[in-house]
Design a protein around this ligand. Sequence first.
Ligand code: ADP
Ligand code: MG
Length: 257
Amino acid sequence: MTIKAVSVDISIGGAQLLKDISLDVVPGEVLALVGPNGAGKSTFLSALAGDLVLSRGQVFYNKYDISKLSIQERSFYRSVMSQSQPMVFDFSVRNIVEMGWLHQGHGFYNAHFSMATQQVIEQCNITSLVERRFNTLSGGEQKRVHFARALLQLWLPEGSKECRYLLLDEPLANLDIAHELSMLNVIKQSASSGIGVLIVLHDLNLAAKFADKIALFDQGKIVRLGSPEQVLTEDSLSTVYGVPVTVAQTPLTISYY
Ligand code: ADP
Ligand code: MG
C-alpha cells in the first residue's frame, strides 16, 4: 500500500516542470522533498494530490489510478496542506477545521465528530483561536489551523486498517521554533500511527532530523533519493544550491555560512 508516482512528466504552457519522476509515499514513513526554489516540489505535490493533469505517467493510491477516482474518493486517501490557502470568505477558525470532516451523514462516524475535532484542536495548539475569524490570524496561526483541518480529514476510528496520506507543502513556514517542533512531533506521531507523510521542507537540518527518506529536487528532476545520510552530502547540496555547503556526521548537520 503506497502512493506511487510512476514516470511523471508535467508540462504547462510549453515549459516542462517535472521530468520522469517516480517516487513512493509509504505508510508509516516521513518523506521530505527538498531543493531550491522553482525545483518543482509544489508541482509534484499537486500532481500527487491529483490536482494537476499529468503530461505522462501515472499516480496510484493503494493501487487505484487517481485519474479514475472522484474528488471525494481522493479526499478519503489523502489530505493536502498547500503552500498558501487564502480564504475569500470570512470563516471562523472552527469552520475551517470542520471543513476537514468528511463523514457528514454517516451515523456511525457522526458520533465521533466532536471528540475528533477537539482532539486535533488540542494537538495543533489552537484552542485559544477557535472562535476567532480566520482572516485575522497571523501567517503561522493560519498554518496551524490548516494543519488541524488536514489532520481531521484523515481521522479514522482506532484500529482502522485503511492507509491514508498527509501531503504538506512547507507547513512550517512562519512558525516559531516551539510551534515548529510541536507540529513536527504531531507529524511524527501521525506517521507512527500508520499515515504516510510527504512534506516539503526548506530547513535541511530539520529534514535530516525528522525525515526517514529525502528526495532532493532540482530543475524538475529528482537528483537524489534515499536516507538523509545518502542524500544530504556536501557534493549534492553544493551542486544543487550553488553555494558551498559543509556536512558533519553524527548528528548529521548541514552548514552553509
Ligand atoms: P518549488 O515548489 O520547488 O519552489 P514549483 O513547483 O512551485 O517549485 O515550480 C516549479 C517551476 O514551475 C517554477 O519555475 C515555477 O515558476 C514554474 N511553474 C509553476 N506553476 C506554473 C504554471 N502554472 N505555469 C507555468 N510555470 C509554472
Ligand atoms: Mg513550493
